[in-house]
Design a protein around this ligand. Structure first.
Ligand SMILES: *Cc1c(COP(=O)(O)O)cnc(C)c1O
Length: 483
């Protein structure tokens, strides 16, 4: 009889090295097959709750099952029932097409189970996070005082920024924040979380190209100050999700400096366009912002989650977040050894910088620059196509990979409401037929189709095919709707 002490058998949760490699190889093969087969698949798949309940509902099994069949079930029944955000004809919302080294980096970071909250817990990874953040700092044109951290995404980055802004303003009780009516709802939510009442989040009107109107900003701030409010932040867009619009960053920076108000730029969507000539010139004034949110899972071709917050004076971020509990007293290495857990809301953090580092090391920055430039160019070609079309018209010209347009025959007898119905059916057919995935928006209240072209695999053929199908469906639907 063996006593429990002598029992040398493995834990039930352990696998042999051979088994580990077998399973990893199967998982890798299924992912590569998926990526190779993407073009022949529709860009979107979804299911109703009832359909999916039937497939997935079960109690957690007491006994384990064959690991291969578990992996296959995940790859066949669960993972494919989703938008293929990396499909070359996924033009909806904001696409995301990760590079393979980035995917592997997430796997490696998980395999090494890096705890990226303190320098003590992860010196090497912390050093690399500094290096990659400094790359971003240089791309933006930020000074040496700047620093930041990787976050889950733009929402978390904006939230962290607003905490710093609030503290910088002395945490006033009646706080207001300002953003254009084109700003992402992530900002509205972040403002609420930091304690700005929803009715104190000011939506500043935008101009005919969807850029924040300075006159209105000035007027609103003045009125609020007179009424006893304290503005804690003004937000600018460097690529609004709806239209790709870029706010007058230089003017906002001037005004915020004069008013001593925190200037936050939401560059979650467009930020990495700064790697191109066009982006660089569009974003003039970006480097003057107090903080900038950027999403590497959008235009830097990384898997989710790869958000980032950059702060011009990183000490302000640390002043807002740093806490020193007794149980972390061993983790203080002193100046120049940041604990990234002191720069935002997460203590247990994954090692996100690795994916950016590995993919840029592998392909080189030039490849990223041209992939970003290509998205911008494809959207411009789409605009030209729409302008030449008899049945479509531009609602907002191409900007940073986004182009918005409407169904509009030259001499129509249909009113806006009927046109909207036609447009909705056109969009539904584009998706149903598996032609592409696209979403719509409203611009000044009017329904608009929208293509967002960011994928490094998307070709002009993909865009042209989609636009031609839209024209065809529009003709059909207009005929059916003719009075
Ligand atoms: C995507 C996006 C966000 C939100 O970022 P998440 O990464 O989804 O949290 C905020 N602002 C803009 C402009 C965006 O495009």
């Amino acid at each position: 009889m063996t006593s429990p002490m002598e029992d040398m058998s493995r834990s039930d949760l352990e696998l042999s090295p051979e088994r580990m490699l077998e399973l990893a190889e199967l998982a890798s093969r299924l992912i590569v097959e998926r990526i190779q087969g993407l073009d022949a698949e529709p860009a979107w798949r979804g299911g109703s709750r009832a359909e999916l309940e039937a497939i997935m509902r079960e109690d957690a099994p007491e006994e384990g099952r064959d690991a291969e069949s578990v992996i296959r079930r995940a790859a066949k029944e669960i993972l494919p029932v989703a938008g293929r955000v990396d499909h070359p004809r996924f033009f909806a919302f904001v696409p995301s097409s990760p590079t393979w080294p980035g995917v592997l980096a997430d796997y490696m970071a998980a395999g090494h189970n890096i705890f990226q909250g303190t320098w003590l817990g992860a010196s090497g990874p912390s050093q690399l996070e500094i290096v990659v953040i400094d790359w971003f700092r240089d791309w933006i044109g930020y000074p040496e005082t700047a620093g930041g951290l990787f976050t889950s995404g733009g929402s978390a980055a904006s939230l962290d920024a607003f905490v710093a802004a609030r503290e910088h303003a002395g945490a006033p009780e009646r706080a207001t924040v300002y953003m254009s009516d084109q700003s992402h709802t992530a900002l509205t939510r972040a403002a609420r979380i930091v304690g700005v009442r929803p009715d104190n989040v000011r939506m500043v009107p935008s101009d005919e190209r969807y850029r924040l109107k300075m006159d209105d900003l000035l007027r609103m701030v003045e009125k609020d100050r007179a009424a006893g409010f304290t503005p804690i932040a003004v937000c600018g867009n460097a690529g609004a999700t709806n239209t790709g619009a870029v706010d007058p960053l230089d003017h906002i920076a001037d005004y915020c400096a004069e008013q001593d108000v925190w200037f936050h730029v939401d560059a979650a969507y467009g930020g990495f366009a700064v790697l191109t000539e066009m982006g660089k010139s569009l974003f003039s004034g970006l480097e003057r912002a107090d903080s900038i949110a950027m999403d590497a899972h959008k235009w830097l071709f990384q898997p989710f989650e790869a958000g980032c917050l950059m702060v011009k004076d990183v000490r302000r971020l640390e002043a807002a977040f740093s806490v020193r509990p007794e149980y972390l007293q061993d983790t203080e290495w002193g100046r120049d050894h940041p604990n990234f857990g002191d720069r935002g809301l997460q203590l247990s953090r994954s090692f996100r910088a690795l994916k950016i580092w590995m993919s840029i090391q592998t392909f080189g920055l030039a490849a990223f620059r041209s992939a970003i430039a290509r998205g911008i160019e494809l959207a411009e070609r789409a605009e030209a196509y729409v302008r030449a079309s008899d049945i479509l018209e531009i609602a907002n010209p191409a900007s940073l990979g986004v182009v918005c347009f409407r169904v509009c025959p030259r001499q129509t007898l249909l009113d806006d409401e009927r046109i909207e119905e036609v447009s909705e059916r056109v969009q539904a057919r584009v998706i149903e037929t598996g032609t592409a995935m696209m979403s719509s928006t409203r611009l000044r209240g009017l329904y608009s189709l929208r293509l967002c072209i960011l994928n490094y695999n998307t070709t002009w053929g993909d865009v042209e095919r989609t636009l031609a199908a839209i024209e065809r469906f529009a003709l059909d639907e207009l005929e059916a709707a003719a009075p």
